[in-house]
Design a protein around this ligand. Structure first.
Ligand code: ADP
Ligand code: ASP
Ligand code: MG
Length: 632
């Protein structure tokens, strides 16, 4: 007899009929002898309605009272589902997060789970009951007993955490689409269902806007090795498996706050090419990286910074042996980037740095835990190192530093993040095909998953595609911090401040151009944050401006972030070029570019976001021949 955790989302329990259909489904699983724990969301859009209701009373309601209010939605659906099960003759009991003992931090509206008491659930299961648990909510430690919520979309996280705590044989997420698709089928109707995806890829997609899974749910599945599947609530089709590597043993105490970093990596074999003052118009990145791809050169990091006037800077890194050829391409292209209409533009300038090193911390949930990147920057700054480029993602944060500092950087990071032995890894030779932390390849055949050995590449029978999925995030804002002094410690201070207020950042880009103002070299720094955090971030950074020496802080909320994710882009030339070309063909201007090992993100104008998503999805051949049915 297996123990199965099933989670049903809001649409799946959106009406009486749907609740009855869910009950029938749960009954079927229980009838064949399984123990079943069901996690449910609030009915339909009721959480959104509660949020609206709160805002009719207060423009800035207290986070504690929001938790008190929003947690009621799930209490309705657990009771109704239990009644529906009982009507079918199946003994069932509903429990709130507090009644189970889902203990969380005292951080209202975004609490992380500390641990889950399993005794009461286990007792009811032994009595032959189906246990129906309210998703998205928890309770703080015994002294306070405050109701908390885990953040919007958090019922997925409740379900996977329960599966980990109960050592369930699997966690099934039932939703209103057939599984995880190559992108959101509401925006791209020919999006295709995938049968499997690695948890690293899903973590990136989830954090880049694919709301089919909450990123923290994927993180827990990865860390505890919970078999996770996403399926339709309306059919018996198998859906999508999220494949996790074999995890290292982990305690169930501090479930969601235990060590997020499990490796430190180092690649000394990189060089950087920067093109300064390239025109700010559609097609420029496509042209540059198209030519680089034609030369079969694989680039690792790419960044394009916010523009000053009407020009941008683009920088990229390549493996050192490729530098000469990459530089030649950049030098050949620089003079021709100006169009006939722009004779007044200065010619783009090529700048090369021969010996740089990339140091990375690898793990899961790094964007979701802004303190982790901030700690990395602070560690490098305490060792006196200047950070030249930054790349952020859910599974990796990398910093480009001077090659001479490499060994010291790796020592300092291993110490700061308590990494020993196999967690310390040296990527040698070709940059993008550097070592990955854990075996995370898809089956079949399942490669022997050893958490300590370097990853073997995905099996040749099923090579990972360069783009597994595409995501769009329309809820981001761009934060530009002008004239930040160019000296060690500035990134640590800036992002440390944001981390103190729990504000997650992505796409951190420092301009390549350095301007000397009053004798101090200065650069602009830009990043993206969630729109709801943008004003708080601006106020905080403005307050610190005088003390830390930076200039204006500018927020732009009219942006869209469009990203591709795929483990197969590692070591494969031409992937970025294909993405940029797809945007150029639609005359979509790219405002910012940032990459990490398995993702490429571009910021474009908000009104072009959906068109950008559709163009990129088509360019990578991700469309299927059937339109996916989505339910209202
Ligand atoms: P639930 O209420 O079941 O938790 P959500 O609305 O949170 O459902 O998530 C499911 C929705 O996620 C789908 O209806 C779809 O519009 C959206 N979505 C975004 N990206 C993807 C993707 N890559 N694959 C599947 N669905 C996606
Ligand atoms: N009801 C909550 C929300 O709408 C949690 C969830 O559905 O996952 O965000
Ligand atoms: Mg959801």
């Amino acid at each position: 007899m297996a123990l199965i955790v099933q989670k049903y989302g809001g649409t799946s329990v959106g009406s009486v009929e749907r609740i009855q259909a869910v009950a029938a489904r749960v009954l079927k699983t229980a009838k064949v002898g399984n123990s079943v724990v069901v996690v449910v969301s609030a009915m339909g859009k009721s959480t959104d309605e509660l949020v609206k209701l709160a805002h009719t009373i207060s423009t800035n309601p207290s986070r504690r009272e929001m938790d008190m209010l929003l947690s009621t939605g799930e209490q309705v659906s657990i009771a109704l589902l239990s009644m529906a099960l009982q009507e079918l003759g199946q003994p069932a009991i509903s429990l709130t997060g507090a009644q189970v003992g889902i203990v969380t931090e005292a951080e209202h509206t975004r609490a992380r789970i500390l641990h889950i008491q399993t005794e009461r659930i286990e007792r009811h299961l032994r009595d032959g009951k189906v246990v129906v648990v309210a998703g998205f909510q928890g309770i703080t430690s015994i002294a306070e007993l405050e109701i908390t919520t885990l953040g919007r979309g958090g019922s997925d996280t409740s379900a996977v955490a329960l599966a980990a705590a109960l050592r369930a044989s699997c966690c099934e997420i039932y939703t209103d689409v057939p599984g995880i698709l190559t992108t959101d089928p509401r925006l791209v109707p020919d999006a295709q269902l995938m049968s499997e995806i690695t948890c690293d890829e899903m973590l990136e997609l989830a954090s880049l806007g694919a709301k089919v899974l909450h990123p923290r749910a994927v993180e827990i599945a990865r860390n505890y090795g919970v078999p996770l599947v996403v399926r339709s609530s309306w059919t018996d089709d198998p859906g999508t498996r999220v494949v996790s590597p074999t995890p290292r043993p982990r305690s169930l105490v501090d479930l969601e706050i235990a060590r997020p970093v499990d490796g430190v990596e180092f690649d000394a074999n990189q060089a950087r090419v920067a093109l300064l003052r390239v025109p700010d118009r559609p097609g420029v990145a496509a042209r540059l990286f198209g030519e680089i791809a034609r030369q079969d050169l694989d680039v690792d990091l790419i960044i394009q910074s916010i523009h000053e006037g009407n020009t941008n800077d683009i920088a990229f890194t390549v493996a050192t042996p490729m530098l000469k050829r990459a530089e030649a391409v950049a030098a050949a292209i620089a003079p021709v980037l100006r169009s006939q209409k722009e004779p007044k533009l200065e010619e783009a300038e090529v700048m090369v740095q021969q010996q740089i090193a990339k140091v990375s911390i690898a793990g899961a949930g790094m964007i979701g835990r802004p303190g982790v990147a901030a700690q990395m920057f602070a560690t490098l700054s305490a060792a006196g190192m200047n950070i030249q480029m930054i790349s952020t993602s859910e599974v990796k944060v990398s910093c480009v530093i001077d090659a001479a500092d490499g060994d010291r950087a790796i020592d300092a990071l291993c110490q700061a993040f308590e990494i020993r032995g196999e967690g310390r890894r040296r990527a040698s030779g070709f940059s993008k095909s550097g070592v990955r932390g854990q075996d995370n390849s898809l089956s079949p055949p399942a490669s022997p998953a050893s958490p300590t050995s370097p990853a073997s590449p995905a099996s040749p029978a099923s090579p990972a595609p360069p783009a597994r999925g595409v995501a769009l995030d329309l809820n981001q804002a761009r934060l530009a911090i002008r004239q930040v002094p160019d000296r060690p410690g500035m990134a640590a201070k800036l992002f440390g401040l944001l981390a103190e207020h729990n504000i997650s950042v992505d796409m951190i880009i420092q301009s390549q151009r350095c301007r000397v103002i009053d004798g101090v070299p200065k650069r602009d720094i830009a990043c993206t944050v969630a729109q709801m955090d943008a004003e708080a971030a601006r106020t905080m950074l403005e307050q610190a401006a005088a003390e830390l020496g930076w200039g204006d802080v500018v927020v732009d909320s009219a942006i869209a972030k469009v990203s591709i994710v795929g483990a197969g882009m590692v070591g494969q030339p031409g992937v970025a070029a294909r993405m940029f070309e797809a945007l150029a063909q639609q005359q979509i201007n790219i405002q910012m570019i940032a990459t990490s090992e398995i993702k490429i993100s571009c910021v474009v104008a908000q009104e072009q976001g959906v068109a950008a998503l559709q163009a990129i999805h088509a360019a990578f051949g991700l469309a299927g021949d059937q339109n996916i049915q989505v339910s209202a």
